[in-house]
Design a protein around this ligand. Sequence first.
Ligand SMILES: [Zn+2]
Length: 204
Amino acid sequence: MKLSPDQREALARHLLKRFRLFVAEKTGLPMTLVARAFDVAELFGAGVPTGDAFVGRYWTTVGPVIFTPLGYSTALGERLRVLSHEATHGVQFWRDHVAFLARYLTSRGRAELEAEAERSACEVWWMLTGTIPGDLGAIDICRHGYALKTEPGEHDDNADLTRDLLEQAVTSIRAGVVSTDVGLAVLAWLRAEAPEAIVGRVLT
Ligand SMILES: [Zn+2]
């Protein structure tokens, strides 16, 4: 990656400001509210993590707030990949609150939201490094900790849907297509602030 640490931090701050997002660690009252929201989600079959894993390992974006695991809310420039993913969830929220919640509460809708978020992370990684992350999707879905349904024999498997969507996305990204809101914002920032740091080929 050609961006300096200061540039990476500036890019992270730019994304938060551009998409009206806030970062908080998973402590105190906000997390009590999130935990309550997850109790509701669980009623709808979302299958969410509990306890230590949720607070200690997962990034979780709720509305415009990106909750990080403990100790991860600083040095965001070193976490651009996950930040891009989570920022896309913020974009999805701002786009249409009601539609976002409706999609989030179905496993198919969640699979599509996840694919878009991970696509944005891949686009950013491609521009900054010229590579596609090898662990595409898998880690992130685990990191969120909510189960995309994978029961054997299920015909329309939503974890597979996320993977299929991502495979299509990777083909486009390798061809130089940047299409997500976060990917486009990063591209615009790079062109203005650090054009030499665009390593992966992008169209136009
Ligand atoms: Zn996600």
